[in-house]
Unconditional design. Structure first.
Length: 444
């Protein structure tokens, strides 16, 4: 019986169905109210057929569009230029916090950024059993041919100032039997470069396989390519964003600047040494980073992987941001890897991605790295400022009030009344529910 139930959920050739057929099959086989589900999916399709076809081609087996709000955080003074930063996120407090931090630093010198490097890396992973000296000789002789094998791929990239920077043979057999790699460094100009890097590596792997066969032709030696793939761990593709000011400029309401600075630094220091805190601390940073990465059509999953691996490079997971107080000067900064692009991918395909780039004055990849890092630093500053002063829930729950009221089905009049009621308090779901019931009973 269980097997029969399982098989009724299985389907052959799903990808060949039309969108309407996919929607119907899904609704009838997986959803309790098929007609309501169909209406819902169809209501989220774009009214312009051209735009909808564009979105359909972004992924596979499309049944609807999943909308993500696009907000803007204004007043970011970055390297002397004021930016409004587009942020794609479903969490309203993220945009509000970023905007608040931007306004705070607007009159305190703003954010300064520095791109350390834009070098990315990929590997040809292979196994080799034989004399290491033979492999080294083969590599030294084959290196020019390995580079030449990718010429047809790298021509355009080299014209834009990118290309392959270096190739190295690395022996990892001490950690894993027979395991070796070709480690290849790339510069991809304004492109994120994933497809470029992977294409180069796959071609290079074939050339390398032939080179080893020609130079190490003994029965005792075997070589097999395992895989060729870029890495999302790019510790050399780094950017720094920072804010600095005299400690006395940090006065926040009744809290003196010296007290604010010391408590703020303690909060960062805790995240430096306590992984449990660092995970949440860095999640807050990624709130700001991911939102801009998504808005600009970049791969937030790759960025997440790179940042979190960077946070663990010291052997223990730690804070991505840092703070110092020296000679009365407060400094707060972030130093992170960001592999981003401003050409290719969705940058010219998704209309709102194109709009986001225009809002940012069509930055280069280097400039976008600074903007994205700044958004993460601003988000972290706002969160730590709240945590070490009023507490984070007061502002968070006020922003969350809209969601609670929508969940409870409040009408516009009720929303306005209850927003005023909770304007000076920290509302929770139960409080709002009781207040709404009370308001409705008075109106009856």
């Amino acid at each position: 019986m269980q097997s029969q139930t399982i098989m009724t959920k299985a389907i052959q050739g799903f990808s060949k169905l039309s969108k309407a057929e996919k929607q119907t099959w899904l609704a009838e086989n997986h959803l309790e109210n098929p007609q309501a589900a169909l209406r819902l999916m169809q209501s989220y399709m774009h009214g312009d057929d051209r735009v909808q076809r564009q979105h359909d081609e972004f992924t596979e087996n499309t049944i609807a569009n999943f909308y993500m709000p696009l907000g803007v955080a204004p007043n970011f003074l970055i390297d002397g230029v004021v930016h409004s930063i587009p942020m794609a996120t479903e969490e309203s407090s993220v945009v509000a916090a970023a905007a608040k931090a931007a306004s705070f630093w607007l009159h305190r010198g703003g954010f300064k950024t520095q791109v350390i490097s834009m070098t990315k890396v990929g590997h040809v992973h292979f196994s080799y059993s034989g004399h290491s000296s033979d492999l080294t000789t083969a590599f030294n002789e084959a290196k020019p041919a390995l580079l030449a094998s990718t010429d047809h791929i790298t021509t355009n990239m080299r014209q834009r100032g990118g290309g392959i920077l270096s190739i190295a043979l690395i022996d990892k057999s001490d950690a894993l039997k027979d395991y070796h790699q070709l480690a290849v460094q790339f510069k991809t100009a304004d492109s994120m470069g994933a497809n470029f890097i992977n294409s180069c590596l796959e071609v290079m792997a074939q050339a390398w396989k032939m080179a080893v066969a020609d130079h190490v032709a003994t029965k005792q030696s075997t070589m097999e390519v395992i895989m060729s793939i870029l890495s999302n761990h790019n510790p050399d593709c780094r950017v720094i964003s920072e804010v600095t000011c005299p400690v006395t400029d940090l006065k926040d309401g009744e809290i003196q600047g010296e007290d604010f600075a010391q408590k703020f630094k303690q909060a960062v220091d805790i995240a430096e040494i306590e992984p449990f805190r660092a995970a949440t601390h860095n999640k807050g940073i990624m709130n700001g980073i991911d939102a801009v990465v998504m808005a600009t059509g970049n791969d937030f999953r790759a960025v997440e992987a790179g940042c979190h691996s960077h946070a663990a490079m010291g052997g223990q997971y730690s804070s991505l941001s840092h703070c110092s107080i020296i000679d009365g000067q407060f400094r707060f900064w972030i130093d992170i890897p960001l592999a981003l692009g401003t050409v290719g991918g969705l940058t010219k395909l998704h209309p709102l991605v194109t709009l986001s780039h225009e809002v940012l004055n069509n930055p280069s990849a280097k400039q976008l790295m600074g903007i994205v890092a700044t958004s993460g630093l601003a988000q972290n500053f706002a969160a730590l400022r709240a945590l070490t002063t009023t507490g984070i829930q007061q502002g968070h729950m006020k922003m969350h009030l809209k969601n609670i009221l929508n969940q409870l089905g409040a009408n516009e009049g009720e929303k306005q009344s209850l927003t005023r009621k909770f304007s000076k308090s920290t509302p929770h779901h139960a409080d709002v529910k009781i207040a709404l019931q009370s308001l409705r009973s008075l109106q009856q």
